[in-house]
Ligand binder design. Sequence first.
Ligand code: AGP
Length: 608
Amino acid sequence: MCGIMGYVGRQEAAPIIIDGLRRLEYRGYDSAGVAIHDGTGLAVTKAEGKLARLAAVLEEHPLAGTFGIGHTRWATHGVPSDRNAHPHTDPGGEIVVVHNGIIENFLVLKEALAAEGAEFASETDTEVLAHLIAHEYDGDLLEAVRRAVGKAQGAYALVAMAKAEPGRMVAVRMISPLVIGIGDGEMFLASDVPAILHHTRDIVVVDNGEMVDITPQGWRIETLAGVAVERDTLEINWDAAQAERGGYPHFMLKEIFEQPQAATETLSGRLLDDGSVELEDVHFPDGFVEALDKIWIAACGTALHAGHVGKEVFEHLLRIPTEAAFAHELRYRNPLIQGVTLTVAISQSGETADTLAAAGLAKRLDSRLLALTNVVGSTLSREADDILYTRAGPEIAVASTKAYLTMLLGEYLLALKIGRDRGVIPPALDEALVRGLRSLPTKIEEALKTEEEVVAVAGHFVGHEDVYFIGRGLDHAVAMEGSLKMKEISYIHSEAMPAGELKHGTLALVTEGTPVVVVLTQRDLYDKTVSAIQEVKARGAFVIAVAYEDDTEVLKHADEALRIPRVHDLLSPVLSIVPLQLLAYHVAAARGHDIDQPRNLAKSVTVE
Ligand code: AGP
């Protein structure tokens, strides 16, 4: 986690860096800082709390200079404080460093430095890097950083500047993401593309184990062993305005309302008029699909919830056993990945450490690896054999919405492609699904119209500290995501479970007025789920159902219904999640929370 940003050029660096950090704040926001080089010396300003505090300090005490680095932090080593905020320097102030990730052997390094008399001003692992680089420095920052990182172990990205070399930034990527932005007589470094999109669309992605040497005139990448690396520039076609709030009070709400457009983008050019499915970066070898024994899905959080939908869809349509696994469990589980397998690693960022590790394990076990990801050029996409980009555009809010919905669409496309190659989807079903998928952008628009009812229903949740989400089959998969949305931004304890599981324990917690959200779309399971509604109603629960607009039965059982357009039951998750996203949003808003930056969380979890 953490966001890092660097700038060397002709403009004042501090405002550019603060602006970039503002767009990286989703990566961490417990403290922030900048270091600016004015051509003669380095000055550092840092502040505990959100970036706005640092910006206020800099307004009162500006730092002049056209070279600088900055950081917004999500604490791993040391509490959030001014002292532990980045950038960190060596005691002499010769070297300054910002860093994202963890130096795993920092204690050993720290003790060795302390034994030689070094004194530390913070509890961070980053300060150890500043000491180490200063220790190795003899006039060439690149070589000093190379020698220093040779001693460090961990997953991180760092950017360093030296007082004696104005205009030069040296960076290293060891797992944590880093991109270079190429301007005209100016250069940028950042953890993620939105930070620099306002300045340039020409991006170079730095790979693992690479070092970057940057001046206002250009960039150079080499390996840690000193071998020069050629790398193409990527042109990013995201609209910069997509990374702005655009009149919405929060990014989350904006991203919820961007879903019809995002869905259109995901499907565009992939579901062709003749009914064929064209996935531009998926190229299974001949015979692979026919021989496929098992599909593994590895992901975390919301991405895994998309994976649970994928499991149901793949098994139903393809009749291929599919397991959706927590990536952090899978990586240590000694899993039975054998035979002809496809591992679908799902990750919005493509940088989640656990998902990358599980994907790496699957590859080592000879599974084919498909990345279902939103971020072009992300580590996951670079490591995969096949890529299915979700094309959701930049997702800034920590609570994932449009990325989830477009992951679902990616799974449907993949299922159709594999199903056709295996010849297992009956033509009528295939046709119904294609028709249904095409109708989804318009139907998502319709589902967004539930907002007014959602605001009214949200009032029932605001004063509660425990809520439950239930459903069966695909509805249960959606309930899990609705519940996660609720807890992460409203801070209300929320649990999701299959409707049939309630009576095995959780029912004991349902009392007068307890809100229970029921997702009720699956025709085959409808009556069974209604039985669960009756069980909770009998204990006084207040039941809110998400149901089709033409369901005339639902209000005989539930207290309130949030209506979605009718669609093929297999596709219903794409619509039933929409009112649940809105519900979480409006409950959190009514409770006065910081919706885009919920406490203790960060958008990309690039540490284990
Ligand atoms: C959900 O709202 C969270 N942001 C979180 O669960 C997230 O989905 C998870 O950390 C995985 O992130 P990824 O998709 O970038 O891998």
